[in-house]
Design a protein around this ligand. Structure first.
Ligand code: SF4
Ligand code: SF4
Length: 409
């Protein structure tokens, strides 16, 4: 599977929030000249420049989440956008645990769901890499087929860092990556490749933990509490890059739908999605919707200047014929959404409480556990925008929690 390298955009927009947490502080000012790989944002997370150029603005700009987020805008300098990295090559076993941990943290590696890859806890027994593809996005398979040894290197380094004795890479039956990864892991008894039928949603951490590590995760806990660290192919590849001197400044993104040359492309963080679509052959037909991160679980975008960020997995372009427009009607309490929710939530109640800003009720019903898979909205006969409103509810709960924390400090 080919990964296309596309031209660098003339301008990048790098949001200072690219993980599930607080906005970072900017370390640069308007007018600064910066180089590729330079640290530009710091806080509980680190953000580096994906290009060399001049900072032309630092302001609140559209973000893939639908909000406006403080972002650094960089006008790219011609011809100077190569990150050298480090030439030294050591096996993960030769590196100290502390050194690996520090490098991973400093490189700003984040999972597609926004969680930081490196857990704070040390008592991890098993690492699970989710190598399945979400919706129609194939970036995971492309990364594994193109760089299997780098994936195993990154995995071994992470295993050493957290003290994991074994690891599992979950790949769909029929994926081109399956045999390649099996061959790559033949000499290692601690890393297993598990082939699984296609299922949805594939990235639910608690489900992965139960299915592939045999550890059920009670409500309110995480797989890490049960000694299981769930990670992604993207993050593991980024660990390899970090240990070779390159922070997380690029992403393999699937560009799909109504585009001239659909496929996977290696994209600089901060590249506007319009640029990425243009580099992949442009829109074929008149686009009416651009969705980031998958048809079912992704988010429709308000602007095509929204940038690719570290959590971006795909860009889907839809024309009028791809869209099924049906009117929204009131909830009929059929409970189909409840039956489908993989987390065991009550989406119709969450929808009602979030829609009426009763965020305390949302919290009581564990709205924070929603993985935004979109299944509830998919089955809803009333065509209610369940996921969007649940996202709004999660945001409301998080704001109340942050305000309470401020008061208690
Ligand atoms: S999006 Fe809907 S179905 Fe999916 S986890 Fe959230 S509430 Fe459940
Ligand atoms: S599926 Fe839709 S109509 Fe049925 S209970 Fe859920 S929200 Fe209501």
């Amino acid at each position: 599977m080919k990964i296309a390298t596309i031209r660098t955009s003339d301008q990048v927009i790098i949001p200072l929030q690219q993980h599930d947490g607080a906005v970072c502080s900017s370390l640069v000012s308007v007018g600064d000249t910066i180089s590729v790989g330079q640290l530009i944002g710091d806080g509980e997370f680190r953000i580096h420049s994906s290009v060399s150029g001049e900072v032309t603005a630092i302001s609140e700009l559209p973000h893939p989440s639908g909000r406006e987020v403080l972002s650094v805008v960089i006008k790219v300098h011609d011809g100077a956008n190569v990150h050298e990295g480090a030439s030294e090559e050591s096996e993960p076993e030769e590196l100290s645990t502390g050194k690996i941990r520090r490098i991973i943290r400093d490189s700003g590696i984040v999972e597609p769901n926004g969680r930081l890859t490196l857990c704070a806890k040390a008592d991890i027994n098993t690492i699970i890499i989710n190598g399945t593809n979400t919706d129609d996005l194939t970036a995971n398979a492309a990364l594994m087929t193109n760089s299997p040894s780098e994936i195993i290197y990154g995995l071994k380094a992470l295993m050493k860092t957290v003290g994991a004795k074994k690891a599992v890479i979950v790949i769909e039956l029929g994926s081109a990556a399956l045999q390649i990864m099996r061959t790559e892991t033949i000499p290692d008894n601690n890393i297993k490749i598990i082939a699984t039928p296609t299922y949805y949603p594939p990235g639910t951490e608690n489900v992965l933990s139960r299915k592939f590590a045999g550890k059920k995760v009670p409500r309110g806990s995480t797989p890490e509490d049960r000694g299981v660290l769930i990670t992604s192919v993207t993050a593991i590849r980024a660990v390899y890059d970090a240990l070779h001197g390159t922070p997380m400044i690029k992403k393999v993104v699937t560009v799909a739908g109504a585009v001239g040359s659909p496929g996977n492309a290696l994209v600089e963080i901060g590249a506007p999605i319009k640029h990425v679509i243009d580099e992949c052959g442009g829109c074929s037909g008149t686009p009416v919707k651009i969705i980031m991160d998958g048809a079912v679980s992704g988010m429709a975008q308000y602007a095509d200047e929204v940038p690719v960020i570290k959590t971006t997995t795909g860009i889907l372009v839809q024309t009028e014929r791809d869209i099924n427009r049906e009117p929204q009607t009131p909830c009929i309490n059929c409970a189909w959404c409840v039956d489908e929710c993989p987390i065991g939530l009550m989406p119709h109640l969450l929808y009602g409480y979030a829609d009426s800003a009763q965020f305390d009720k949302c919290a009581e019903l564990y709205i924070g556990d929603c993985v935004e898979c979109g299944l509830c909205a998919y089955v809803c006969p009333s065509k209610l925008p369940l996921v969007q409103i649940i996202r709004y509810g999660k945001h409301g709960v998080a704001e109340i929690a942050a305000a309470e924390m401020e008061v208690s400090e």
